[in-house]
Design a protein around this ligand. Structure first.
Ligand code: BDR
Ligand code: CA
Length: 315
């Protein structure tokens, strides 16, 4: 069992990623940390609790981190995720859940030092950049860092060249990539090149509903809005679920394949948030990123569905 912290901004697909992680026997989720991203941080906290409540896992602690990006103004993604951040499912708030005094960064500081904890980051990298400022040794102790974010050959989803998580806080993303470079470490970058392939179609959803009605209803409630958004913006039937692929990459080494390259994040101008991946080695710099370019879509669904459909079953 590998210990992980999920740093996220739930978020529809973050919620599906949390579900996958908590259903995976290979993982021990020691905590969830919230960053402002899709949802403002406080709403992200409540949404994480809603998902944990659905899973009967309110024992997993949730901490709140940054409520805005490092430099630029905060732009949430509630246009994509619905005004409640969970697809306008309007699930009731879980009673008696208060934001702990301990911050996300404090929690990371005290848990990461042992060197046996990994981080799966599913939102902007603000909490991790804050951790670098607060305690770089704790950051460098992260066993594996998997991040959903960025793009290489694929177009962006917030601009022609930028993906939301890195576009929302490019300055933090740059700090994280630069720090990894300076210390000869790597990030596993699960970007749009591969996540765009993961489409929850209406047929897949019907199948889930037929095989586990409780899970299917929950997923339908939180994705309905996302379906509409994808149809209106991209003419995709269904919705792209980005974040669970990062969890799948952590669990299973055969789903994604890619290249190692030096990568830097652009922080301003027309290409703000773009990940510049030096796949040809122009800069002659050591790789700081494993950038995924190919995905075994069937293997992902096999893993995801097997795990998700077991929710509610006796172990
Ligand atoms: C990323 O941004 C959010 O909309 C998703 O939760 C995902 O983490 C995709 O660009
Ligand atoms: Ca996310």
């Amino acid at each position: 069992m590998k210990k992980i912290i999920i740093d996220c901004d739930p978020g529809i697909d973050d919620s599906l990623a949390i579900m996958l992680a908590l259903q995976s026997p290979e993982l021990e989720v020691i905590g969830i940390t919230i960053v402002a991203g899709n949802s403002p941080a406080e709403l992200g906290f409540q949404n994480a609790k809603r998902v944990l409540n659905f899973l009967g896992r309110l024992d997993v602690p949730v901490y709140v981190g940054a409520d805005r990006p490092r430099v630029r103004e905060y732009v949430n993604a509630l246009d994509t995720h619905g005004c409640d951040g969970l697809g306008e499912s309007f699930l009731p708030e879980v009673p008696g859940q208060e934001i702990p005094e301990k911050s996300a960064v404090e929690f990371m500081r005290e848990t990461l030092k042992g060197g046996d904890v990994s981080v799966i980051a599913l939102g902007p990298l603000t909490n991790l950049a804050d951790l670098i400022d607060a305690d770089i040794l704790a950051f460098l102790s992260i066993e594996r860092l998997v991040s959903m974010g960025g793009n290489f050959r694929s177009h962006g989803n917030c601009s022609p060249v930028a993906e939301y998580n890195y576009w929302e806080d490019p300055d933090s993303a740059k700090v994280v990539f630069d720090t990894l470079y300076a210390h000869h470490k790597m990030i596993e970058m699960v970007g749009l090149d591969v996540t765009r392939e993961i489409v929850l179609t209406p047929e897949k959803l019907e199948d889930i509903k037929a095989r586990n009605a409780v899970v299917g209803d929950f997923i339908e409630k939180i994705t309905k809005f996302y379906f509409k958004f994808h149809w209106e913006w991209e003419h995709i039937r269904g919705c792209v679920i980005n974040d669970p692929l990062a969890v799948a990459q952590f669990i299973c080494p055969n789903i994604l394949d890619g290249i190692e390259a030096f990568t830097e994040v652009e922080t301003g101008g027309i290409s703000m948030g773009q990940t510049v991946v030096d796949s040809m080695g122009f800069y002659r710099k050591e790789s700081n990123a494993l950038v995924f370019t190919n995905v075994d879509v069937e293997a992902f669904w096999e893993l995801f569905l097997t795990r998700i459909l077991e929710i509610g079953e006796e172990k």
